[in-house]
Ligand binder design. Structure first.
Ligand code: PLP
Length: 458
């Protein structure tokens, strides 16, 4: 099939407002039109082939061109494309997926609500916190603790949980009366004089102080990505999540793990909270990799304890929340097949080996000029660029170093995601060693070429 790139780009500029659109760059360059995918590669409208360092957007976990997923989708659409799941109606893919998620999820997270995105799944989590606390007679426990630099989505509620908008407060409004942001747990950006242990103590103390200030009887939940994704691939200091989790349990505060990125294999487990970080959350939010991005689906998993409280008889209980497409049969059928592929092909085990290799190889880039830190875990990596490795001072914004390096990668056949002072990688989980080596080599060349340009400019 051939495409008219110029015509597509022109119509795109006129009619399609993309997520997080940077208006000037789109007007200048036009969008990259992706037309096809195969394994770990995507192709553009001019036939150029790229290694997909992004996995679409942290999500195409089992790779492109999966006939099994297309067939699951087609078969379900022919049998039953849709029926409402409101109140007392259900469908068999939604039931089967719910049972499967309960088996895969850690502990007693045996219940699930569905939505169409990670943002909406986080909204559902917060609405459930409020309803649960109210139903157990703790109506005042409505405050939510989040963190600066967190990314929880783009709906009004999820964007309010998000702590990533320090630069543009004048353009938007957020819910501020019950959402509070603690410091981001970024070891690389901790004060020079502070040990890692002191930094962790400081973060835990800040949590305690905030709870004391608000009153534990006012705080309903704490929400955290186990590794912050869009906020800069921030791996928290050792023990931080465990200690906050303990504090939550002691003070009757729910712990919500936003695993929209980290679930479904990215770190080598179906869910990372327990296996990677040793924490058992009260709720886990997921999306993206649950269907490998083939169709939108969000899921909010929650515990037996929460279910027992909200479903207790009395006063005709009803949790007034849910969507037309909650438990959509086609999306649930795709998720089931995606899980089956992951199990058949031992994707988590593959990530535990090849993801480890990827992480090690990526970390060798830290020796290059302008690379301040390479951080992350397995198939979730960020490269932070700095002007000075000792002081960790950033390069001037206008140099836009992450875009320059992403562009250089693109010219060499690799797509990475520029994000502030970082380039981010979250490739399909099926990557083989040769593809990993190719990725690292392209990144190395691109960083060196752009670095040489920066030497001339600065
Ligand atoms: N939570 C996390 C951790 C995310 O990374 C994202 C998206 O990148 C979201 C929530 C929002 O998901 P969605 O874009 O599907 O609404």
């Amino acid at each position: 099939m051939s495409f008219d790139t110029a015509a597509l780009q022109a119509a795109d500029k006129r009619h399609f407002l993309h997520p997080w659109q940077e208006f000037e760059s789109l007007q200048e360059h036009g969008a990259l039109v992706i037309t096809r995918g195969e394994g770990c590669h995507v192709f553009d409208s001019d036939g150029n082939r790229y290694l997909d360092g992004l996995g679409g957007m942290w999500c195409v976990n089992v790779g492109y061109g999966r006939r099994e997923l297309a067939q699951a989708m087609a078969q379900q659409a022919e049998t039953l494309p849709y029926y409402s799941t409101f109140t007392d109606t259900t469908n068999s893919p939604a039931v089967a997926l719910s049972r499967r998620l309960a088996e895969l999820a850690p502990g007693d997270l045996n219940h699930v609500m569905y939505s169409c995105s990670g943002s909406a799944a986080n909204d559902s989590a917060i609405r459930l916190v409020h309803y649960y606390q109210s139903r157990r007679g703790k109506r005042d426990k409505q405050h939510i603790l989040s963190r600066k630099s967190a990314y929880h989505g783009s709906t009004f509620l999820a964007s309010s949980l998000t702590g990533r908008y320090p630069d543009a407060p004048e353009h938007y409004r957020w819910l501020t009366d019950f959402i509070h942001h603690l410091s981001e747990p970024n070891p690389y950006r901790r004060p020079d004089s502070m040990s890692l242990e002191a930094f962790t103590n400081h973060l835990v103390q800040e949590f305690d102080d905030k709870v004391a200030e608000l009153g534990a009887d006012q705080v309903g939940a704490f929400i955290a990505e186990p590794i912050m994704g869009s906020g800069g691939v921030v791996v928290p200091p050792p023990g931080y999540l465990k200690r906050i989790r303990e504090r939550c349990a002691e003070q009757d505060i729910l712990f919500i793990a936003d695993e929209v990125v980290t679930a479904f294999g990215r770190l080598g487990h179906f869910f990372a909270s327990v296996e990677e970080f040793g924490i058992q959350p009260d709720m886990i939010v997921c999306a993206k990799g649950i269907t490998s991005g083939y169709i939108p689906l969000g899921a909010t998993l929650f515990s037996d304890e929460i279910f027992e409280v909200i479903s207790k008889p009395g006063n005709d209980p009803c949790f007034e929340h849910g969507f037309t497409y909650s438990g959509h049969p086609v999306a649930c059928a795709v998720a089931l097949e995606n899980i089956a592929i992951m199990e058949r092909e031992h994707i988590c085990e593959h990530v535990q080996v090849e993801g480890e290799y990827f992480e090690q190889q990526m970390k060798t880039l830290a020796e290059l000029p302008y690379v301040g830190e390479v951080r992350g875990r397995r198939f979730m990596i960020g490269i932070e660029y700095v002007a000075d490795k000792d002081t960790r001072a950033l390069l001037p914004e206008e140099l836009d170093v992450s875009h320059l390096i992403a562009d250089a990668c693109q010219q060499r056949g690799l797509l990475v995601r520029p994000m502030g002072h970082l380039d981010v990688l979250s490739p399909p989980l099926i990557m083989q060693r040769s593809e990993i080596d190719q990725m690292v080599s392209i990144l190395r060349d691109s960083i060196l070429v752009v670095g040489a340009e920066l030497d001339r400019k600065t």
